[in-house]
Design a protein around this ligand. Structure first.
Ligand code: FAD
Length: 416
């Protein structure tokens, strides 16, 4: 399973390494070493530099603004950036490039590709994700936001929730019910909606770390052009799932790099404060080591699939499940390592809102506590652990489907 990169991929790796040494300061330690304003300025300038040098969305075709390379080169770039502790773009790019951009490439029309993809790369359009609603999260197909055609425009009414980076976006991809009469998975459309209009209202939600990372978004007769449906009208469920494959699988090849860096830092702290002598703690650190190694091997498998030209499928749920549960467990262990400091944390906060803290960040007890709190939602967003287990059972292992109240055997029983 140890993937062998082609000579072309190795040459590309050297090119990326040369780019990094040319453009990063010689004393570069990682984005986490920069303080608030300096970090924001760096991300803006870095993103422009990446766009100028065709280092954003490198696997997109050149006619849409990409570099026309393969998924393998995208992975090589991501690996080198992760090791150097530099971002692949800004916060919205996870939604713009990884999610909606890739979904448009796979399911969109030629006009959509030509219009939207270059605007994503230039940074003119910044996206967020309008899937979840107050009554539809895991049961996403239960969504109630409606879209109806009015001449040449869709009129959208309803509410989305937990919309990450919605306050810094100007476009939102919205799953809407366009046929209320059809079975619930069949009457949904995937619509691209501009946010800078009267009918769209964004309200902040403050999270457990007192950060404003996500929002509620309300649609009151919001408008979108008729042609802004990705895939066919009522075919949004298929497009939604294509996008989720990209969302869940994106970090598969690089997450182990970040988790390894975090584990090495924590192990040093445990040694420094003597906790590493405790046999239970030693077992926990050994367990963490094994988990990170498992993630590294899973990453290698994802690279092997990419080398064979296979896009991410339901196996990406396995990756999502393993990293999010690991990080929940491991960050709790870091609280034991901090001991009393965890109860009265001090110093600066974590750089990242979720996931591992940014590479290069200085240690403070507050940053570790915030990293622990930021790990909690990992088992919820992009689909909860229970939902990932169902997907792995159904679609990876081929086990019998879970009975469903609305469409499975229960429903059949109900009909009789
Ligand atoms: C930090 C964060 C960022 C997010 N960002 C976005 C975003 O940008 N855009 C967006 O649209 N959404 C976003 N979400 C929402 C996220 O996708 C939902 O929270 C998630 O899908 C779960 O839905 P829910 O919260 O409604 O929980 P529910 O679906 O109500 O689930 C409640 C509990 O029931 C369990 N459960 C539900 N169904 C089953 C089942 N069939 N079998 C077993 N157990 C089950 C769940 O696992 C969970 O433990 C974000 C969430 C978080 C935490």
């Amino acid at each position: 399973m140890d993937p062998t990169y082609s000579p072309e991929a190795d040459t590309y790796r050297q090119k990326i390494q040369a780019f990094l040494s040319e453009h990063l300061p010689t004393d570069w330690k990682g984005i986490g070493a920069l303080s608030g304003d300096a970090r924001e300025t760096f991300v803006d300038q870095w993103r422009s530099l990446l766009a100028e040098n065709k280092l954003l969305a490198v696997s997109w075709p050149t006619e849409y603004g990409g570099a026309g390379l393969s998924e393998v080169e995208r992975i090589v770039l991501a690996e080198e950036f992760a090791k150097a502790g530099v971002p692949e773009g800004n916060d919205n790019d996870a939604f713009s490039i990884t999610m909606v951009g890739n979904a448009i490439i796979q399911c969109g029309s030629e006009e959509q590709k030509r219009h939207f993809l270059p605007r994503i790369i230039s940074g003119v359009d910044k996206w967020c994700q309008g899937y979840s609603e107050p009554d539809s999260g895991s049961d996403l197909a239960n969504l109630g936001t409606r879209a109806a055609l009015d001449g040449d425009e869709w009129r959208i009414n309803g509410q989305k929730v937990w919309t990450s980076s919605g306050h810094t976006a100007n476009w939102i991809f919205v799953l809407c019910r366009t046929d209320p009469e059809s079975p619930k998975h069949k009457g949904i459309s995937f619509i691209l909606v501009p946010m800078e209009q009267e009918g769209v209202e964004i309200r902040p939600i403050i999270n457990i770390n007192k950060r404003h990372d996500f929002n509620e978004v309300f649609f009151s007769d919001a408008k979108a052009p008729k042609e802004n449906v990705v895939g066919d009208v009522h075919d949004g469920w298929r497009v939604a799932n294509v996008l989720l494959g990209f969302e869940r699988g994106h970090g598969a090849t690089t997450d182990a790099i970040r988790f390894r860096e975090e584990l090495d830092r924590v192990s040093l702290i445990a040694q420094d404060n003597g906790v590493a002598e405790d046999p239970n703690m030693r077992q926990d650190l050994a367990r963490a080591h094994s988990k990170v190694e498992i993630m590294r091997w899973m990453g290698q498998r994802a690279v092997t699939e990419a080398l064979a030209g296979n896009p991410p499928g339901p196996e990406s749920s396995l990756h999502k499940l393993i990293w999010s549960e690991y990080h929940n467990w491991f960050t709790e262990k870091t609280m034991h390592i901090l001991g009393a400091e965890a109860m009265a944390p001090s110093g600066h906060g974590a750089v990242n809102g979720i996931g591992t803290d940014a590479i290069g960040a200085q240690f403070s007890s507050k940053s570790w506590v915030q990293t622990m709190l930021g790990a909690r939602p990992g088992t919820i967003y992009a689909g909860t652990s229970e939902v990932q287990r169902n997907i792995v059972g159904d679609r990876v292992l081929g086990l019998p489907r879970e009975p469903r109240a609305d469409s499975g055997p229960w429903n059949e029983i109900g009909k009789k």
